[in-house]
Design a protein around this ligand. Structure first.
Ligand code: C2E
Ligand code: MG
Ligand code: MG
Ligand code: MG
Length: 281
């Protein structure tokens, strides 16, 4: 996290990812084959109701296991996939895989999927979601698409229209990493989000006693509440952070405290368990 370069204090901590031209070319070739070779995988991180501590759902997080390069972080290959248009087929695979998996969980457990702006500028994406819901018979309200503020940065209203058509399907939308991009409250009135995800950088800073971070979380929770939206605190790692965000009134908790992203079989086992405080089990 840096205070310099006019970046603001609370920019999400993202190490500057340096991929030089040669590394990029090699990775791109490997990524083109990754889908066919079954190298992509989704892990599922639990999202927990702040009050009852019941499992509310899972966020599907993409993993790339390459025999030559090992496991590659999505922070590295998602941007590459976006630049090379591979995000289309990869994103489609994510939608299908996550929806199919969610049909194996109890009816009250949701699945959240991350969607890149590039996917939302492709009108075909709506058809992919609609077709997947029809073929898997997953109830649309059990699917949540996470988008970031960057979706609204591009020229034109294409993405906003795609989001409207997704909402018409009965699918939920959440605003991811809120506060780290070029936030405009206009987005919140234009598109009906079910929830706002408060970025980990605010949670961490607030728990360290940074008053501005505390004030921002408080304001976001109040704003979301008055707009009828829920809030999710991202990156809750410690019981101190849990106690704090709970006291601030967030609706849902996600983070290593309750669970890391889990392989599909472990997530399935967790989904089948009932009752609160599942972390103790
Ligand atoms: P995100 O959507 O904000 O996902 C949350 C990230 O925070 C995940 O990183 C997760 O592993 C990490 N995280 C969760 N809890 C904690 C915690 O308590 N402490 C810490 N330090 N980290 C925590 P991951 O899996 O590396 O994903 C990074 C980003 O890559 C995601 O950020 C998302 O923007 C993107 N991404 C992941 N999967 C997909 C995908 O299927 N499609 C697209 N388009 N983007 C994806
Ligand atoms: Mg996300
Ligand atoms: Mg996030
Ligand atoms: Mg994030």
């Amino acid at each position: 996290r840096s205070k310099d370069a006019g970046g603001g204090v609370f920019h999400a901590y993202e190490p500057q990812l340096h991929v030089d031209a040669e590394e990029r070319r090699v990775l791109e070739m490997a990524l083109r084959k990754a889908l066919d070779r079954g190298e992509l995988q989704l892990d599922y991180q639990p999202v927990v109701d702040a009050t009852s501590e019941r499992l509310s759902g899972f966020e599907a997080l993409l993993r790339w296991h390459n025999p030559e390069f090992g496991t590659i972080s999505p922070a590295k290959f998602i941007p590459l996939a976006e630049e090379t248009r591979l995000i289309g087929p990869i994103g489609e695979w994510v939608v299908r895989t996550a929806c199919e998996e969610a049909t194996r969980w109890p009816d009250d457990v949701r699945v959240a999927i991350n969607v890149s702006p590039e996917q939302l500028h492709n009108p075909n994406f709506v058809a992919v979601v609609a077709r997947t819901l029809a073929s898997t018979k997953l109830a649309p309200h059990r699917l949540e698409l996470e988008v970031t503020e960057s979706v609204f940065m591009r020229e034109g209203t294409g993405a906003v229209k795609v989001l409207d058509r997704i909402l018409e399907l009965g699918v939920r939308l959440s605003l991811d990493d809120f506060g780290t991009g070029y936030s405009s409250l206009g987005y919140l009135s234009r598109t009906r989000f079910s929830s706002i995800k408060i970025d980990r950088s605010f949670v961490t800073a607030a728990a360290k006693g940074v008053p501005e971070a505390l004030a921002i979380i408080r304001a976001v929770v109040a704003l979301a509440g008055s707009l009828g939206m829920a809030t999710t605190a991202e990156g809750v790692e410690t019981s101190d952070e849990l106690t704090l965000v709970r006291a601030l009134g967030v609706s849902k908790i996600q983070g290593f405290y309750f669970g890391r992203p889990l392989p599909v079989s472990e997530a399935r086992a967790l989904a089948g368990r009932t009752g609160p405080a599942f972390r103790a089990a």
